[in-house]
Design a protein around this ligand. Structure first.
Ligand code: ADP
Ligand code: ZN
Ligand code: MG
Length: 497
């Protein structure tokens, strides 16, 4: 039986504030356990939390970036449950009803299974992070449980979607889209390995056209790959249940990466009754329209707008523009590079400028990505090693015929290793292209003299031997011969008697 998957995600993004959401403790990752804590985040009696304004501002920023409706008033509630990593016995969060979360509605467009798909958002709210229990980790006594409260009270923004996603791949695309926007607007680093971006996935299946099925929630996935795998597993599992005439039970499950399966964490019967109630220690937040307007004005150019501008302004194909704008660092690098290539004094016409932009784009998306992959450097490190000015200079050397494109690739490798400017590498390694006709003629004559049989065959009509001769000349010159000149010389000489 064929079923349709219905997926809705609850995404938690750690906000890039300096301090925690209700106290002044640092939110920096790691740190000696229990050193970034104070009476407030430890939940001591009698303390009063004070809301971090920046956390609200960042949430509004996200809301505006996804066309959400920013609330005029927003309030905090206590979500009560007992767990060792929650020292207060409750988590400060927000109700899901109107007037409470900071933002309602909005949505993002993703590349869906069959064309663009718009995923609607239900709400965006703020809450605090819990601490971390440590069981059986290297450096800790396996017979004991440990608790680290450094993360307790770190500000989290929760983004809840409608169940508009239809496949595991779309779920990844949606998560990637959110991460891209979060990074662009600078409110979350999007680092899934360090847990600054996590997600709970809700999934049900149904026969196409049927009402929504019973959902299962898979908790706390911290990579797109595990999320996709968990969802795929869950679709299969639920389909088997239904095919056997059974019913899917609403429950919370966890993903086991080693076993590649989900397993039940708690069922509805055991589900928590959180006894939400308004937090009496925190006042209702009134969000001034003028503040929202100011935040809107400061919003940077968003990825899809920037992508379209790359198409219009630089004449790039949409696919390339999309790849270049995938993250802000890469897009900024591209523009800086183009700025240097076509900068003042280059005397470029508009069409030359667009050719230059295309060259920068080609080099970034093929060669820079290759070097990044081979060197295992992350994008930011590589872009520091090879600043935009250096890539621009390299492309200028190629354009001017000082080196060939092929040698340019080797030069780029060295630039990535040493951080040198291209001119320095070319000079040091003696890579300047041989464009001296006299010198090249000597080499070509030598090669032809060495291969009289091939020359005869060529003249008898086997013209594809030209490639062979080209290769020989390149070998003899360590790749430094100007290919265009060699090509001309070879044709000329081979055509002659
Ligand atoms: P809440 O947890 O706020 O009570 P729900 O459990 O209904 O609300 O929704 C939580 C998440 O589950 C949302 O992201 C929503 O899109 C998703 N969801 C709701 N119903 C379904 C369903 N039938 N199948 C898959 N996902 C669903
Ligand atoms: Zn604190
Ligand atoms: Mg839920």
């Amino acid at each position: 039986m064929n079923y349709e998957a219905v997926i809705g995600l609850e995404v938690h993004a750690q906000l890039l504030t300096n301090s925690k959401i209700f106290c002044g403790c640092s939110v920096a990752f790691g740190g000696e356990p229990n050193t970034r804590v104070c009476p407030i985040c430890l939940g001591m009696p009698g303390v009063l939390p004070v809301l971090n304004r920046r956390a609200v501002e960042y949430t509004i920023r996200m809301a505006l970036a996804v066309d959400g409706q920013v609330a005029e008033t927003s309030a905090f509630a206590r979500k009560n449950y007992f767990y060792p990593d929650l020292p207060k016995g409750y988590q400060i969060s927000q109700y899901d009803r109107a007037g409470e979360p900071i933002s309602l509605y909005g949505g993002v467009e993703i590349e869906g299974e069959d064309g663009p798909r718009f995923v609607r958002l239900r709400r965006i709210h703020l809450e605090e992070e819990a601490g971390k229990s440590i069981h059986n980790e290297p450096g800790y006594d396996p017979d004991l449980s440990y608790i680290d409260y450094n993360r307790t009270g770190v500000p989290l923004m929760e983004i809840v979607s409608e169940p508009d996603i239809r496949s595991p791949r779309e779920a990844s695309a949606y998560l990637a889209r959110l991460r891209q926007i979060l990074q662009y607007i600078g409110v979350c680093d999007g680092n899934m390995e360090e847990g600054s971006l996590r997600c709970d996935a809700n999934i049900s299946i149904r026969k196409p056209g049927d009402p929504l099925g019973e959902l299962v929630e898979i908790k706390n996935m911290n990579s797109m790959r595990s999320m996709e795998r968990a969802l795929e597993f869950e679709i299969e599992r639920q389909a088997e249940v239904l095919d056997d005439g059974g019913r899917v039970v609403r429950q919370t499950r966890l993903w086991n990466e080693e076993a590649r399966e989900t397993f039940p964490m708690r069922s509805k019967e055991e589900a928590h009754d959180y006894r939400y109630f308004p937090d009496p220690d925190l006042v209702t937040v009134e969000i001034a329209r003028t503040w929202v307007d100011d935040i809107g004005e400061d919003l940077p150019e968003l990825p899809d707008v920037r992508m379209q501008r790359f198409v219009d302004e630089y004449g790039l194909p949409p696919d390339m523009a999309r790849q270049l704008t995938e993250n802000r660092t890469r897009a900024d690098y591209f523009e800086a590079c183009v700025g240097h290539v076509t900068g003042e004094g280059s005397g470029d016409t508009a069409s030359q400028a667009s050719g230059d932009a295309r060259a920068v784009s080609n080099w970034m998306l093929s060669e820079l990505l290759r070097v990044q992959h081979e060197s295992r450097m992350d994008q930011a490190t590589l872009q520091e090693r090879i600043p935009p000015t250096h890539l621009a200079q390299l492309l200028a050397q190629i354009k001017d015929g000082k080196i060939s494109g092929k040698i340019g690739k080797d030069v780029l490798d060295t630039m990535a290793e040493t951080g040198q400017a291209p001119a320095e590498v070319i000079e040091e390694q003696g890579l300047v292209q041989i464009s001296d006709t006299g010198e090249l003629e000597g080499v070509v004559d030598g090669i032809l003299a060495e291969h009289p049989d091939d020359v005869a065959e060529y003249r008898a009509g086997k013209t594809k031997l030209l490639g062979f001769f080209m290769g020989q000349v390149m070998r003899a010159t360590q790749g430094k011969a100007n290919p265009k000149l060699v090509n001309e010389l070879l044709r000329e000489k081979l055509a002659g008697s």
